[in-house]
Ligand binder design. Structure first.
Ligand SMILES: Nc1ncnc2c1ncn2[C@@H]1O[C@H](COP(=O)(O)OP(=O)(O)OP(=O)(O)O)[C@@H](O)[C@H]1O
Ligand SMILES: [Mg+2]
Length: 232
């Protein structure tokens, strides 16, 4: 279940944004990708999911080269992706959002849907509400639940607590911790805040201007020289 990125270059037109990025996300581990605004964190996840093409480098998941696979094929291989800004279908109800995701994956796995709702009990009371009327935090929970109904083997989360009210941040963090420790799910988490990373991460990488400038395990995050690379 290991995701390995090697020498990844990504560009928007002529503007190169990632430069030779290496990343190793092993089975069952929670890896935090950190760094200030605009350093290329979301670009890295988009390239892993095939939303953006890689200009150079390789991305493999469980030994398989992903480069020729479209995004939905990468999802089918076991990568679950929650983009930054919690995308949902605003006109559809919470129940419909989950249902269409199951159908798109040609799955009838009602148990997976139930488990996703167990993780976010607040959504159970909102099943008939249109997603567009949910709070930002509730939409983020729905976006995560949608990614979970296809039973990913690795979950890629792009700043899931960004701009969300503190009480729901706690619920989302707890859900991430449970997925990691109880379900043993591998998680690649983009996270700007050191205190959250200190609670959740097994390993981390820090990007600066599109390059990996530091990496290590959770205890290395106490090193104060990292602070200048983060928004702390
Ligand atoms: N569609 C795009 N076209 C051109 N440049 C882009 C595009 N999307 C992002 N960029 C640029 O690429 C760089 C990296 O952006 P990216 O979104 O990956 O950063 P980030 O680390 O996720 O930032 P944030 O913490 O604000 O989400 C930035 O300089 C950004 O302006
Ligand atoms: Mg981003």
């Amino acid at each position: 279940m290991t995701l390995v990125v090697q020498g990844l270059d990504v560009a928007y037109g002529r503007a190169q944004v990632l430069f030779g990025v290496d990343l190793h996300a092993p089975a069952g581990e929670l890896v935090c990708v950190m760094g200030r605004n605009g350093v290329g964190k979301s670009t890295l996840l988009k390239a892993i999911m095939g939303v953006l093409p890689a200009r150079a480098g390789t991305i493999t998941f469980e030994g398989e080269d992903l480069s020729r696979l479209k995004t939905h094929e990468r999802v089918r291989r076991g990568l679950g992706y929650v983009p930054q800004g919690h995308e949902t279908f605003p006109q559809l109800t919470v129940a419909e959002n989950l249902q269409v995701t199951l159908e798109a994956a040609r799955s009838a796995d009602r148990a997976a849907l139930d488990e996703a709702l167990d993780l976010f009990p607040a959504l159970r009371g909102l099943l008939k509400r249109r997603a567009g009327f949910l709070s930002g935090g509730q939409q983020q929970q729905l976006a995560m639940a949608r990614a979970l109904v296809t039973r990913p083997r690795m979950l890629l989360l792009d700043e899931p607590t960004e701009g969300i009210q503190p009480s729901i941040i706690v619920e989302i963090e707890e859900a991430i911790a449970r997925l990691h420790t109880e379900a043993g799910l591998a998680i690649l988490l983009i996270e700007q805040y050191l205190d959250t990373a200190l609670r959740l991460a097994d390993e981390f990488v820090i990007l600066d201007a599109g390059e990996v400038v530091r990496s290590g395990n959770r205890s290395d995050l106490h090193d104060e020289s990292l602070h200048q690379l983060l928004s702390v």
